[in-house]
Design a protein around this ligand. Structure first.
Ligand SMILES: Cc1ncc(COP(=O)(O)O)c(C=O)c1O
Length: 381
């Protein structure tokens, strides 16, 4: 059954006013997500503390996230952020033995470097896999870095600076062959690209809800492979991570047997309302259909940029990019502001202007961006 993307587009009012190419920072707001936040307000005003409903919303987020990642709810922790998930995981890892090495890459979002560097105090050694001269990080570079002292490989799916996508399944194979674990930071792909944690064969995955998952800030997730959970005891914990929350036991730490052990305190309830609604849209459209649409739009954008003589620096191969297309620009902050003034919402990191696509974008959005860039080439290329 084909998806009516034009009808879906109408559910995101900002798209009538703006060329919105910034889902990699913050998604456009859907009508049903707004309604969900309003429903929370109604509950608070008219019912008061609706604890059972709140718990059910948190569990709906867990179940929805499990479906998107193609796994089971028991393998999902609903966290306050991607950072919270990485922190809980890192706190459960012992770096005092011979496996003290953490392998990350030059493509990491700061939090997935800083948190591992913070473990140096606990004995971790952090190694960065550098980019090659062409700007990409090939599998061979990971093969050289991962060894028998590697405890965990923690890598991003798509680089937030340049849109390059790593060969995660290949890196997972290398990690497992050396007895190491692998954690994927899929924040820049989840919701725009199918992320099947079993197919990729990653042990952990983190991300959050405010980008392509159509939700809001203040909520993230950690996937933990079922067989791993029992052996990991997070010291970064709290009462919502316990096996029996209502027991209110203050005599011991008895973590949940499921991935819930990576959670901490009271869930961000209003965010759960919003995220449940956002995840519902993702599931209705389906991540395979979303990925096909996003690939069509990014491919079109790259070809059009090539045609105006301002090619994207994001790798063109399908296996090497996700929903982000970047061009290198002079005075990129000024180019960004100029585009904003023309109602084209993009973003920038380093010297790169970033356009990030979701299923609700269309050919007119690509055209508006490329036409504007063609106009500004003289000044900014
Ligand atoms: C790839 C990636 N990882 C992590 C984060 C940060 O996530 P959080 O703020 O939920 O910790 C971001 C945010 O932009 C990101 O793009």
């Amino acid at each position: 059954m084909s998806v009516d993307f034009n009808a879906l587009r109408r559910r995101f009012p900002v798209l009538e006013r703006k060329t919105y190419l910034n889902s990699g920072s913050y998604c456009a707001l859907a009508d049903t997500v707004r309604d969900a936040i309003n429903a929370y307000m109604e509950d608070r005003l008219l019912v008061g503390a609706n604890w059972d409903v709140w718990v059910s919303k948190n569990e709906a987020v867990r179940a929805g996230m499990a479906r998107v990642l193609r796994t089971q709810p028991d393998e999902i922790a609903v966290t306050a952020s991607a950072s919270a998930g990485i922190n809980a995981l890192a706190s459960a890892i012992d770096f005092s033995g011979p496996r003290d090495k953490v392998v990350i890459s030059d493509f990491e979002f700061p939090t997935n470097a800083q948190i591992w560097h913070a473990q140096e105090k606990r004995g971790a050694r952090v190694m960065h896999v550098p980019r090659a001269t062409d700007g990409y990080i090939p599998l061979e570079s990971f093969a050289r870095a991962i060894d028998d002292e590697t405890q965990i490989v923690a890598v991003t799916h798509v680089c937030f600076r340049n849109g390059a996508m790593l060969d995660v399944a290949g890196i997972a194979k290398l990690a497992h062959a050396r007895g190491a674990k692998i954690m994927l930071d899929c924040y820049q792909t989840i919701g725009a690209v199918t992320v099947d944690v079993k197919r990729l064969d990653v042990d952990f995955a983190v991300g959050g809800m405010l980008k392509y998952l159509l939700g809001t800030a203040g909520l993230g997730f950690l996937y933990a492979r079922g067989e791993m959970i029992d052996s990991l005891l997070p010291t970064n914990t709290g009462w919502f991570a316990q096996e029996n929350i209502p027991a209110m036991d203050i005599t011991a730490n008895r973590p949940s047997p499921t991935a819930r052990r990576f959670e901490a305190g009271t869930p961000a309830v209003v965010n759960c309302y919003a995220v449940e609604a956002g995840l519902r849209i993702i599931q209705e459209v389906g991540t395979d259909a979303i990925e096909a649409r996003v690939r069509y739009l990014t491919g079109l954008c790259m070809r059009r940029l090539e045609a105006i003589g301002w090619p994207s620096i994001t790798p063109p191969q399908e296996a090497r990019h996700g929903p982000m297309v970047c061009v290198r620009a002079k005075q990129v902050d000024q180019l960004f502001s100029k585009l904003m003034g023309e109602d084209i919402v993009a973003s920038f990191r380093d010297d790169n202007l970033r356009a990030t696509f979701h299923f609700y974008n269309n050919e007119q959005d690509v055209d508006a961006l490329v036409t504007a860039l063609a106009r500004h080439r003289g000044q900014f290329q």
